[in-house]
Design a protein around this ligand. Sequence first.
Ligand code: NAP
Ligand code: F7E
Length: 361
Amino acid sequence: MKNAIIFGVTGQDGSHLADLLLEKNYKVIGVQRRSSNPSSQRINHLSNNGNFSLVEGDITDSHSVLNVFRGIDHVDEIYNLAAQSHVATSFKQPGLTWDITGKGCMNILQVMVEEGMFGARFYQASSSEMFGSSYSVSRDGVKYQDEDTKFLPQSPYAISKCAAHYAVRLFRQAYDLHASAGILFNHEGPRRGDNFVTKKITNWVVDFVVWLRDNLLAIEDLIYDTDYIYGKTLTQKFPKLKLGNLDAYRDWGYAGDYVNAMWLMLQQEQPDDYVICTGKTYTIREFLDGAFNYVNINNWSNFVSLDQSLYRPAEVEYLRGNCDKAKNKLGWEPKYNLDMLISLMIDSGLNDKLQNYARHI
Ligand code: NAP
Ligand code: F7E
């Protein structure tokens, strides 16, 4: 039986990766940082699985990383998914972002070397944010990013991810570590954090549909002001969806597909870097179209208001990956397109709400 350690197991990807590895009959040790009330909701369903366990640890503290490794007999695979992963937050908390997202990766790599863990394979969660404002152009004029596109990071988060990415490359060359980096484009799903744009939109749509239902309202009954939507008698009130820049392009895939690519990278004889993406790109406006259309609303303009405080000091305007290398070498392809992703997120949100209703009846 193989042993794997997942740093960041309580996050979106960590929880999907734990599911995948347990299905593959791994023993999984998840590293959870201390907090006053541990955030375990994404891994609660694993609490009775005998092959899954949790240890406390924090990647900003190399002593803590050392303690994690020394507490485990044998490790085959180490996945570093831990990060301060919110780009907008990184402008407000750049030092913390650096300590976790940049230095944290270096701490793990350095402890691996000092402890002589050369038999273990390492995965680093690199990001399409590292490309920032940079892109390549194909012969037919299409802008894209792949493994050869240069990095031009546009946030403290992206700078930290670049540092970690280069550390992986260096430790691979200098110490012959089996260390790979997946340059993953945005990936989402029902387990996505609530303050990322796709989850914020789909959560709002779910809550709005439930509010209409609870108040026996139809779209024709509604009245609007700058910040709120009212029922026709003005007694019912619902806040509009506040968003920032709607014109950026993102290449959105499904997190459940992407953790499989992480695992495949560590099954290769040679460590390497791979872009993981869908190859399609859409604006936030197009995501809004898809999410509102899914609940039969064909014009969202009355429901969304722009909030200047949600714009970032610098934006990544265009992301569209090319994952030919992953397709050819790993045999990996995304299964979900944008419509499937939107329906998955909204259906799952509606299901959760309806189950909560059932519990309260
Ligand atoms: P996420 O939901 O924000 O999860 C981040 C995880 O890191 C959480 O488990 C968090 O713990 C943990 N963590 C934070 N600080 C830590 C520390 N000091 N020590 C130990 N653990 C710590 O992120 P995600 O969406 O799953 O993404 C996984 C990784 O892929 C991240 O590195 C992210 O930057 C990267 N990435 C994500 C995407 C994407 O679109 N999702 C794309 C490219 C790259 P708590 O639960 O306690 O907060
Ligand atoms: O923003 C715009 C925002 O925060 C997407 C992380 O997982 O993927 C993620 O980073 C776009 C940006 O994701 C709101 O300005 C508009 O253009 O969902 P996001 P992100 O910044 O692309 C990469 C690959 C990672 O590595 C990161 O860890 O949406 N946007 N209005 C908004 N974004 C947010 N969050 N909230 C808004 O209200």
